[in-house]
Write a protein that binds this ligand. Structure first.
Ligand code: SAM
Length: 318
């Protein structure tokens, strides 16, 4: 399970102290996101931004961390010095990136001042203290420099279809190495991500993950490519979510695209939870030649042992 760094949860808790009505705000915000509403309509002030951090940040942090882990695996030796996190909200991806790449200089960009103020307050006195906060729009920003790593988490989803491609192209232009886009794991967001993928390939990007190829996605409706990450729920988190389970599963879709020559896609990817019994493990694999149900019999001991270790979302070496 991937949990928020201790100093981040402590900072969120500290900022939440003494504020009334965060539970109600959180419920309202969660419902708004479920209905695919944009942040701007629901995050108007400091209390809203903190309610978001309490209720959504643990899950988006876990999803971004999972994608970074995969990205890092695909680009051995990648050591980015600069990060642009576009649609940063409270700085979620900045924190995940800082955990993966110590010393990276983050720029956290968003058009929502309440989120930027919170990102700054959370960063105070931490490893993210030097983060540059930038108020700008995903559809219009123009920066003087490119960044080694560009992340955009749960933000493209808020743009209408007609604005999405231009924003993705802008993200790509500002990336000097790797661009990681993380979106909610819903059919609509996956389908849009496939449009972005096609466009970034046309622009010369190399897809490093999750796909093991650059052909059209072989999945057919109603199926869609998405993954899941489990995170534990703190007591505050449980109170916000009004649930009793000590964990939750966050579904996400993603795309990691790199400049040519940087890294390599895996040979295959596990697309679902493996089906396992004592005789075999069956893996739904997306490979260079398309979709495949790969059954590994238990009599093939080394392969069976290796297959049992694989989970939904894992890369396959051959
Ligand atoms: C659901 S939040 C995600 C925040 C953060 N990336 C995370 O993963 O927790 C979506 C973010 O995208 C930002 N956003 C949406 N449309 C934007 C735009 N046109 N320009 C800049 N930021 C935008 C929102 O303000 C919000 O901070």
């Amino acid at each position: 399970m991937t949990d928020l760094p201790a100093e981040l949860s402590a900072a969120v808790r500290r900022l939440a102290e003494g504020r009334k009505g965060l539970g109600d705000s959180s419920a309202r915000i969660s419902e708004h996101y479920r209905q695919r509403g944009a942040s701007r309509q629901v995050i108007g002030g400091a209390d809203d931004a903190i309610a978001y951090a309490l209720s959504r940040m643990p899950a988006t942090y876990a999803a971004v961390s999972a994608v970074l882990e995969e990205g890092v695996a695909r680009v051995p030796g990648f050591a980015p010095q600069t990060l642009l996190d576009a649609g940063a909200g409270p700085g979620t991806a900045g924190w995940a990136v800082a955990a993966a790449f110590e010393g990276i200089a983050p720029t956290l960009m968003d058009h929502n001042r309440a989120f930027l103020a919170l990102a700054g307050a959370l960063a105070e006195g931490t490893a993210l203290a030097g983060a540059q906060l930038l108020e700008a729009d995903l559809g219009r920003f123009e920066l003087a420099t490119r960044h080694d790593l560009v992340t955009c988490a749960y933000a493209l989803t808020e743009l209408p279809d007609v604005e999405m491609l231009a924003a993705a192209e802008r993200l790509w232009r500002h990336s000097d190495g790797v661009l990681a886009i993380i979106e909610p794991g819903r059919p609509r967001d996956y389908q849009r991500l496939m449009v972005v993928r096609r466009h970034l390939i046309e622009l010369g990007g190399r897809v490093l993950a999750p796909c093991p190829h650059e052909r059209e996605c072989p999945l057919l409706e109603p199926d869609w490519c998405h993954f899941s990450v489990r995170l534990s729920r703190s007591r505050d988190h449980m109170r916000m979510k009004g649930g009793t389970l000590g964990y939750e599963d966050e579904k996400f879709s993603y795309l990691v695209v790199a400049r040519p020559g940087l890294g390599e896609a895996a040979a295959g990817r596990v697309l679902r939870r493996p089906e396992e019994n004592k005789f075999s493990v069956t893996l739904a694999v997306c490979g260079a030649d398309g979709l495949e149900a790969r059954t590994v019999p238990s009599r093939d001991k080394p392969a069976f042992k290796a297959a049992k270790k694989l989970d939904w979302g894992d890369a396959i070496a051959e």
